[in-house]
Design a protein around this ligand. Structure first.
Ligand SMILES: NC(=O)C1=CN([C@@H]2O[C@H](COP(=O)(O)OP(=O)(O)OC[C@H]3O[C@@H](n4cnc5c(N)ncnc54)[C@H](OP(=O)(O)O)[C@@H]3O)[C@@H](O)[C@H]2O)C=CC1
Ligand SMILES: O=C(CO)COP(=O)(O)O
Ligand SMILES: [Zn+2]
Length: 353
């Protein structure tokens, strides 16, 4: 008897383009959402996008509550839930980078209410995904959640954000190459559930972005458009897979470990990009695609070395040698790298001097 089943949850509306922030109230109406929203944001996105959006709601007779979070932690999720208990919203709106959107996503899942994703930076592919990513002591959780009901990505806002946020989003996409290599390996060796469709979409997204790298330039709003479409597509791949596997392999373990060893120094996307150079080398050796990944990152101004990340060489080596333990996710790192081997790979790929 055939007993397989799947349930793919995707956003109902994805609105991308110049000035679409002004359409949030209309998108809410299109979704037939009633009552007051709770806006979850972080300090800079609050000024850039949340406050004008709240003014639009007020003009339409709706009084949103606003909560500002500073970190992507379970405590921040708790705080949002407390504010929701006090203000009784009908839905949530996450306005910001990966931090604010992840917290809104996880709080909305707990509260069993929908949320909208309003990114202010094209810096990560959690804009659309059905996962939240949260550090917790020595480990890291990829938390199952609902995807947003709608995404409203204003390319005008995204293009005005600091350029490095956009290059971080590109690097998060380029890292899909090694994430999929790790996923296939885990499927072959450990029988990890695998989706050919999600893997193909994830790889194709990276391919299209690399093919269009010439158009990804500071000051060009078209760059925000190209990168946002890739981020949406990568998030959809995660939703199809029902896990972050299409977009998160050993290069993400490396980044999560850097978040612990050197917190707040480099952006998520930049760290996973450098991690992807290292793990591509582990997958393919000298003849592998690590040079293509390094060149693709360099072509869009993303860091390719420890010093460009602002992190010292020893910390990068330590992260590579220890990151396998951060989460139960089988990758090319297996049960971990010898520290000398990690240093050698980092040297050979030019990540450290
Ligand atoms: N769920 C998923 O599938 C995924 C989740 N992630 C998660 O997302 C996070 C990384 O996302 P990222 O966006 O890099 O992190 P943040 O949300 O921390 O944003 C990075 C920085 O950009 C600032 N910022 C955001 N928008 C603007 C703007 N328009 N103008 C100026 N500054 C701005 C933020 O300011 P401020 O400090 O004031 O907020 C912050 O300092 C990580 O926690 C990662 O784990 C990443 C990929 C996928
Ligand atoms: O960053 C992500 C995908 O780009 C999310 O992955 P994690 O599951 O590793 O948190
Ligand atoms: Zn990522």
């Amino acid at each position: 008897m055939f007993e397989k089943s799947t349930w793919i949850r995707l956003p109902r509306n994805v609105v991308v383009g110049h000035g679409v922030r002004d359409a949030v109230v209309e998108v809410v109406s299109d979704l037939h959402l009633e009552g007051q929203p709770l806006v979850v944001t972080s300090p800079t996105p609050r000024e850039v996008a949340a406050e004008p959006m709240v003014a639009d709601f007020e003009a339409a007779g709706v009084e949103p509550a606003v909560v500002t979070i500073e970190t992507a932690t379970f405590e921040a999720v708790e705080r949002v839930i407390e504010v929701a208990d006090e203000t009784d919203p009908s839905y949530l709106i996450g306005v910001g980078g990966g931090k604010a959107i992840d917290i809104a996503k996880m709080a909305s899942d707990h509260l069993e209410m929908g949320f909208l994703s309003v990114p202010t930076a094209a810096s990560h592919d959690g804009i659309v995904s059905n996962r939240g990513s949260v550090p917790d002591g020595d480990t890291r959780h990829s938390v199952a959640a609902e995807p947003p009901l709608a995404v409203v990505a204003d390319t005008g806002i995204l293009a005005e954000a600091p350029w490095e946020l956009t290059t971080a989003g590109c690097a998060d996409i380029i890292s899909n190459y090694t994430a999929v290599m790790d996923w296939r390996l885990a499927h072959r060796l450990k029988d990890v559930e695998y989706s050919e469709y999600a893997a193909a979409l994830s790889e194709m997204t990276a391919e299209i972005l690399v093919d269009n790298a010439d158009l990804v330039r500071p000051g060009l709003e078209e760059s925000a458009w190209i990168v946002t479409k890739a981020l949406v597509s990568s998030g959809v791949a995660m939703s199809i897979a029902g896990s972050s596997r299409p977009a998160s392999g050993a290069e993400h373990l490396f980044s999560h470990q850097l978040d612990r060893l050197a917190p707040g120094v480099a952006l998520h996307g930049h760290q996973v990009g450098v991690g992807s150079i290292l793990t591509a080398y582990l997958h393919g050796g000298e003849a592998g695609i690590w040079r293509d990944i390094r060149n693709a990152l360099a072509s869009i101004d993303a860091p390719t070395t420890a010093s460009e990340l602002g992190i010292d060489d020893d910390t990068v080596v330590e992260a590579l040698a220890t990151c396998h333990a951060i989460r139960d996710r089988y990758t090319i790192l297996g049960d971990g790298m010898d520290e000398r081997a990690a240093r050698e790979v980092a040297r050979k790929t030019g990540v450290i001097a």
